[in-house]
Design a binder for this molecule. Sequence first.
Ligand code: MN
Ligand code: MN
Length: 481
Amino acid sequence: MNAKTAKKTQGKSQDLAYATKNGYDRVSPADLKQSDAINALYMDFIAKAKTEREAHDEAVLLLEAAGFKDMARHEAGSIRLMPGDKIYRSCSGKTLMAVIVGKKPMEAGLHIVGGHTDAPRLDLKQNPLYESGGMALLDTHYYGGIKKYQWVTIPLALHGVFVKPGGKKIKAVIGEDPADPVFCITDLLPHLAADQYKKTLGEAIPGEGLDVVVGSMPGPDKGRKEKFKYNVLKLLSARYGIKEEDFLSAELEMVPAGVPREAGLDRSMILAYGHDDRVCAYTALKALLDLKGVPEYTSVVLLCDKEEIGSVGATGMASNFFENTAAELLNLTTQSYSELALKRALNNSWMLSADVTVLFDPMFPSVSEKKNSAHINHGVCISKYGGARGKSSSSDASAEFVAEIRRIFDKAGVVWQTGELGKVDQGGGGTIAWLMARYGMQVVDCGVGLLSMHAPMELAGKLDIYMAYKGYLAFLKDGRK
Ligand code: MN
Ligand code: MN
C-alpha cells in the first residue's frame, strides 16, 4: 500500500489487516513499460556477464559511458571531489565500488546498495587436463553451494583468464558464440543406475564426478602418449597461445552455456544463469546510473566478489577494500582525512544489502511458512533477518531502519514484500549484511526472490526485478527525514 491509498482508506476496518498482493494488480502502465525496458537491459547484461570479472568489466563500461571516472587516477589527492562528481574504484578487476558524491559531507553517512557478482559454478582445478576412456577431460572444483546432480548433461561454456608469468592476460570464452562448441559432464544411464539410485541426492554425483568432457579425437602426432589430451592442448594453443603450464596461473570457470530467456507464455519471468546475485547487482548499478541530479547523501553501489564462499579473500566483502575506498573518498572530498571522520561516515551510513532470497515454490510448499515467504511478482523483498538455528549469524536489522525503508519505498510507489529464507529450522543463509553492520551502520537485506536458486538456470519474476531497481533508486535518491 502506498501513502496515498492509506490515507484515502483510513478508518475502514479492512485496512487494519496486512497482506501482500500481486504487483500486477497495482502498477501503472508506465511502470509496466519501464519494467520491460529495465528487464531487457538486464538480460543483455547477464548474457555478457557470466563471471565476476565479466560483470566487473561490463559495469565499468556502463559507468565510464555515464561519466564515472576511475578513482585510481586520483588517489594521490590531485583533485577535489565535489557534490555530483561520479567516480568508481576497482578491486583486482573483480569487485567494484561506484559513487556519486552527495551534497552533505561524507560524515553524514553514505547511502549504499551492495550486491555480489560471483555465482555458483565449476572452477577448473589448477592442473585440470587429463585423458581417460578415449576422451579428454577437465577436472573441476565446484564453487559455492551447488546441488551437484544439476550440473551434469547440460551444455557448459568455459569463461575466464590465463595470466602468463610476464603479466599478459588472455581472456577466454568458449561456448557462447553459436558457432562455438560447448562442453558437458556425463551422467549414468538409468539402465545401469541401480546403485546410484540408492544414494542420496548429495552423494549420487560426487564432487570429483564433475569432470568436463572437452574432446574425443586423438591428435595426429605419431608416437606421442596421451594423444587425446594433446589434441586439446593444440587446439587451445591455436586459439589462445597457451600451453598446459598456463592453466597453473589461470582462473577458468565452467558455467551454463547460452543466453537468458524470457519464460512463461506471458513472458513474465526470466530464466537465466546467475540471477544470484547479478539481478540485484545490475539493478543497483542501473539505479545509480539513472540517478538524476545530486543526491543528498553520497550514493554508493558495491558489486562484490566471493559472496558465495563467505565473502573471504582480497576481493570479498570481508576485506578492507570498502573501508579503504571510503577513506580515499573522504580524502578526495575533504582533503583533510581523519580516522574519526571516516568512522563517523561509516557509522552514519545506511545500506541495502542487495541479495536474492527464496520465493514460495508450489512444488515445495513445506519448506516455507507461507505468510512470511516472498511470492513471485509481489515485489522486491525485504528480509529483516537471515541466519539459521535461532537466527544464528543473522544481521538483524533494527525496526527503526525497516520503518525508514517502508517510508522511502511507499513514497516512491515501490511494490515490496517481506520474506524469510524458509521456515524456522529448515535451513537458512547469509549475505554481506553482517560485514557492513560491523561499522555500526544500518543495514537490511533487500533483493529479488528466486525459484531454483543456485541451479544452473534460476527463475525470477520481471516485476520483482523492476521493483528492485525502483526501490534501490528511491533509496539512493531519498534524503532522510
Ligand atoms: Mn547471493
Ligand atoms: Mn547465493
